[in-house]
Design a protein around this ligand. Structure first.
Ligand code: ASP
Length: 449
């Protein structure tokens, strides 16, 4: 059995949904299908999820939410029209949206998640309806009925372990199951969503629960590339990657898969196949537990901006037992996650995503580190970008670091910090944010040009 997931651009309009349904019906093993909300039809278009967030925000602020709600209904009505589905489904979707907005709520986050989930939920109903019109036995399955239970972290949920056993029962259901991505239910019965882009996670949970032969993730590119095509011209495609390589690359900016996608399939060893809805003949990229060495030590190069670093200096830090723990405890108490922690004998740098550090948290943390840990100096360095060079083959190869640093130095890029984990599957470089793209290009040229 194959579990498939179709992203926002695959669901953007009627023409795209026709392609989706022809892919589904082209292979009887494609039995469980996860869909996203309709995404952008063209560059300047707005995703349905963003329209829903806008609508919910306006409702909460007593603004003109009705205009946006009508636009959302209009998007679905346009799709229903292109698929020639008749008026009933449009009335159903309209009622669904009005019910969501008018039911009482006890916190803005709960209300927001209930509204955000409407894109996937109605897209799934619409897709099932179209497949039935084509003569296939297809049914929409609600995540609550299927037992997809999530933690009650609104907008940032995680799957609860009992969901896997519940979802395994889908195996016994007849026909093609169309499952909305991006949301599930808390144990108290409220709609809860994953982080943005989270339909990928739904697909992975289902593939793991059903022990699928493969999780096919359909998007709008032929494969994963060694570097982003937005940065490097015609980068090399990748045919096979390991889970670890993909995880590192998505962490550092590859947007093909949501960063949290791979955990469920990794646990059960289900391979993932990234494919293109607009070119289903292309084999895409396989993500597997291990792969043959293809001769290139580096598999991919990614980069991301928006980091900062708290640099702490204290003479004789290395002799102070518990120093690292105390620093991290301050971060924990301020509820700020950290990304990396490179250190020297008298220095520690804590790398944090800027979005987690508002002004209040920033001054609390800096003050507490200075006062409670009696450090010689603590400073904050902004404008930090990270570049990750990733590849399982690096472990067995001498001289990778020297080739990268040579390429960076020849291009005048200052390396602010370097970090390599013991697995040697990736090397991370901290550079000035403005240098991220240039760094990716020159490392790509060093290994692939
Ligand atoms: N529709 C949601 C978003 O735009 C989830 C997804 O598409 O995966 O973030």
């Amino acid at each position: 059995m194959k579990v498939c997931k179709f992203g926002g651009t695959s669901m953007a309009n009627g023409e795209q949904i026709k392609k989706v349904c022809s892919i589904i019906s082209g292979d009887p093993e494609r039995r469980v299908v996860v869909v996203s909300a309709p995404g952008k039809r063209f560059d300047s278009d707005t995703k349905v999820t963003d329209m829903l967030i806008d609508c919910a925000g306006k409702y909460l602020a007593n603004g003109d939410y009705k205009t946006v709600l009508d636009e959302i209904t209009g998007r679905f009505a346009g799709i229903a029209d292109e698929l020639d589905l008749g008026h009933q489904i449009v009335t159903d979707i309209e009622n669904n949206l009005y019910t969501r907005i008018s039911l009482p709520y006890d916190s803005p986050e709960k209300f927001m998640d209930r509204m955000k989930a409407a894109g996937e939920d109605n897209a799934a109903r619409l897709t099932a309806c179209y497949l039935r019109k084509l003569g296939y036995n297809a049914q929409y399955l609600n995540p609550k009925d299927a037992g997809l239970f999530l933690s009650d972290e609104y907008g940032n949920a995680r799957v609860l372990p009992q969901s896997f056993k519940n979802l395994a029962k889908i195996k016994d259901m007849e026909g093609i199951i169309i499952f909305p991505g991006f949301f599930g239910y808390s144990l108290s019965g409220e709609v809860v969503t994953f982080p943005r882009g989270g339909s990928d996670i739904t697909g992975s949970i289902l593939a793991a629960a059903l022990e699928a032969d493969v999780y096919e993730n359909f998007t709008d590119v032929d494969s994963v590339f060694v570097s982003s095509p937005k940065i490097v011209q015609n980068p090399k495609p990748i045919s096979v990657l390991t889970y670890r390589e993909m995880r590192e690359l998505s962490y550092a900016g590859f947007s093909v898969l949501h960063e949290e996608t791979l955990e469920p399939v990794y646990q059960r060893g289900v391979p993932v196949n990234i494919r293109n809805t607009n070119n289903p003949a292309s084999p895409g990229t396989m993500i597997t537990p291990s792969r043959e060495n293809n001769g290139s030590p580096v598999a991919g190069i990614a980069g991301d901006k928006g980091f900062c670093s708290i640099n702490i200096h204290k003479y004789m830090m290395n002799r102070e037992i518990g120093f690292g723990r105390k620093v991290l405890q301050i971060l924990e108490e301020e509820f700020v996650p950290f990304e990396h922690m490179p250190s020297g004998i008298d220095d520690i740098s804590i790398i944090i995503r800027k979005k987690y550090l508002d002004n209040e948290k920033k001054s609390n943390i800096m003050e507490r580190i200075a006062k409670e840990l009696k450090v010689d100096s603590v400073s904050l360095e902004y404008d930090l970008g990270l570049v990750m060079v990733v590849g399982e083959g690096m472990k067995r190869t001498v001289g990778i670091l020297s080739r990268i640093t040579k390429a960076l130095s020849e291009n005048g890029i200052n390396i602010r910090m370097v970090n390599q984990g013991s697995s040697e599957v990736s090397i991370m470089f901290g550079v000035c944010e403005d240098d991220v793209e240039k760094a990716i290009k020159c490392i790509y040229n060093e290994f692939f040009a």
